[in-house]
Design a protein around this ligand. Sequence first.
Ligand code: HEM
Length: 181
Amino acid sequence: MGFSEAQEELVLRSWKAMKNDSESIALKFFLRIFEIAPGAKQMFSFLRDDAGGDAPLENHPKLKAHAVTVFIMACESATQLRSTGDVKVREATLKRLGATHVKAGVADAHFEVVKTALLDTIRDAVPEMWTSEMKAAWEEAYDQLAAAIKEEMKNAAASTTEEAKDAAANTTEEAKDAAVA
Ligand code: HEM
């Protein structure tokens, strides 16, 4: 589906309205994520129970940074969709994102949770602007970005499996050698 100039304008206009308040909006965004999916907390290394997971969420700068990043990247995604018809995240960045999210155990369902939280947050931040067209524009920008990350997650998972196979094969070889010796 093509991304129209009007859709880009909707994303950028709402982003501009939220930008000055992005810290507190980002805070609401990630609190909303854990309201919808409390279990997602366990994925963030610094939020796990054994890492003092009961500390107030708003004290976690890394988490807030994640929320702001998702916001900004979705916004950039909208601009790129309009100008190139595709989402371009630098290859090195995308690779790292794939690996990080596989390692953290992020699944498709979590991308849906984050999407819902993002849309809810924007709706509440700019209620006077919010329309079904604005929602659709943000959805499309986020979906394309998420698709790019998920694709890279598949590659990261495949190479992890290959590495595991290699490691297993080496162990078998070593065991054989040991048995022969
Ligand atoms: C389009 C959606 C998303 C974007 C743009 C995004 C972006 C990022 C970025 C930039 C990082 C920093 C690490 C790195 O650069 O490799 C990160 C880390 C992480 N993300 Fe996401 N993310 C997205 C979706 C999600 C979802 C759906 C979850 C699961 C709820 C998630 C959970 C995490 C976790 C657990 C980390 C590692 C944090 C840590 O322990 O340091 N992300 N993400």
